[in-house]
Design a protein around this ligand. Sequence first.
Ligand SMILES: Cc1ncc(COP(=O)(O)O)c(C=O)c1O
Length: 415
Amino acid sequence: MNEKDVYENCVYKKNGSINIAKLKIRKLRWNIRASEMSRNTLNPIREIVDGMKLSPNPDKPMIALSIGDPTVFRNLPTDERVLQAMKDAIDSQQYNGYAPSVGYLQSREAVANFYSCPESPLEAKDVILTSGCSQAIELAISVLCNKENNILVPCPGFSLYKTLADSLGIQVKLYNLQPEQSWEINLQHLESLIDEKTTCLIVNNPSNPCGSVYSKDHLLQILSVASRHCIPILADEIYGDMVFPGCSFYSLGSLSGDVPILSCGGLAKRWLVPGWRMGWIIIHDRNQAFGTEIREGLVKLSQRILGACTIVQGALVDILNNTPDEFYCSTNNFLKVGIEIENFPEFKNDVDFTERLVTEQSVFCLPAMAFEYPNFFRIVVTVPEEVMVEACRRIQEFCQQHYRPCSPDGNDLDQ
Ligand SMILES: Cc1ncc(COP(=O)(O)O)c(C=O)c1O
């Protein structure tokens, strides 16, 4: 259908006269292929959710515990001062132009001051502003890895790491987290995966989807593995400091001696404004293991497409300096949690389980297949309290109806 004929004029002699004929020489057709990179880019959450057959129970209003966006239910607004900082930034008309590719100096200085600690002092030159934490992760992976390299990624883990690595042709090696040990890393397994082509270890703490927060000891053990094998760490700390009262969050940068760290963070979670797309990379490199090359590489990568929105950059100084402590405390009960699906022999897998949960109870949870962890599902607890209570009641009813505890050898004890 898209073919086109291509003609060429042909001159020939016939009966003593010169003639010109149009000769069809070849067919041209539209043959536009999507690039290999685009074909290799896959968001498992979208693929799984779009492929699910969801028909909610018409007698029960739908409750979606699948959406990792704290703003959708409007019960977790950001702080008034955060909003005012944005209004002021717009009104000032100072932030309508292009900023330096790594971000305004004063905005980077504000991030450096906010996260600086005596063990790991930071300056503006250690900060690169990006479009959300996602771009920070992309730049960090891109600067550390070539096509033939591999990266170590937590399982279960946030799906973006694999999405980005796959599209860049970088091999992903999944290391196990241990549910029975508060989702700590299986360090033996992690170490067994390392080879001469490993160029990056991704550590996500606090974790999406596990909601776990690593102890100082565990973080030191992780650093010790990285140090032994001279592997830099990409620390996804977007949920940094979002811990329940009585718990402590330690950033890897504050604990590291010799291991260089690219810490990725942003405003999305702690300040509850994911749509503002403000992220950053903080470079912790006490022993100059990164040298100048990685810093220059990050600057070069930031020049491909300018990252963070200038208005948000303009507001950043105020946001970081003036958000009151009470705001941080009041939002710390929003973390993502995973629930294991066991002993439900009726269901083939987590997708089957969650589809039936929608059909019968109109509660939608995200199958953890999206996190490379089948037989679990993930819920977010950002919904208003009364909706959460209702969702839990319905999940409980569903479980009571379908639960069939199995013995370790797989026999159904109920029968
Ligand atoms: C662990 C983790 N890292 C990074 C991101 C991406 O953050 P942003 O929305 O700032 O790109 C998310 C978003 O949900 C996340 O859960």
